[in-house]
Design a protein around this ligand. Structure first.
Ligand code: FES
Ligand code: FES
Length: 158
């Protein structure tokens, strides 16, 4: 049975009429047409679908939409724009931390969640936090470097 579910997506109030067991990923991409968040495995294994739910790093493919009612979701569209990149996005570009780019939104959202909680992570802490996000192009070294750069850049603004 369809339900009316309210939540905040990138600071905007949203209401959707959907089955409660639809995934958050499907709702974001298919019903709300925000396609920055990617569908990779659909099984919670790759991290391509990573978003923040109440500032917690979350696999949107494994999250029922009814479980995010009245919560705050942040996706890649919510942290920067093509003309005003977030420092993490800028660091990814400057460090050449992407090839095909498919994993990049999930990588950036995972890094964003990490830096919210730990603005100055060690390299080991970054590697641990990013360990479950997969990159088929194997850009791991440059991704870690980009997050180190972003963390230094962000700490200057605090
Ligand atoms: S698509 Fe969600 S973890 Fe792979
Ligand atoms: S840049 Fe292609 S999957 Fe990571």
């Amino acid at each position: 049975m369809k339900q009316s579910i309210n939540f905040k997506l990138n600071s905007k109030n949203v209401t959707v009429e959907v089955q409660g067991d639809e995934s958050l990923l499907t709702v974001i991409r298919t019903y709300l047409d925000e396609t920055g968040t990617k569908y990779g495995c659909g099984l919670g294994d790759c991290g391509a679908c990573t978003v923040l739910v109440n500032n917690e790093v979350t696999r949107s493919c494994m999250t029922f939409i009814e479980d995010v009612a009245n919560k705050e979701i942040i996706t890649i569209e919510g942290i920067g724009t093509s003309t005003n990149l977030h420092p993490i996005q800028e660091a990814f570009v400057k460090t050449d931390a992407l090839q095909c780019g498919f994993c990049t939104p999930g990588m950036i959202m995972n890094a964003y969640g990490l830096l919210l909680k730990n603005p100055n992570p060690t390299r080991e802490e970054i590697i641990t936090a990013m360990d479950t996000n997969l990159c088929r192009c194997g850009s791991y070294g440059r991704i870690i470097e980009a997050i180190e750069k972003a963390s230094k850049q962000l700490s200057k603004t605090f």
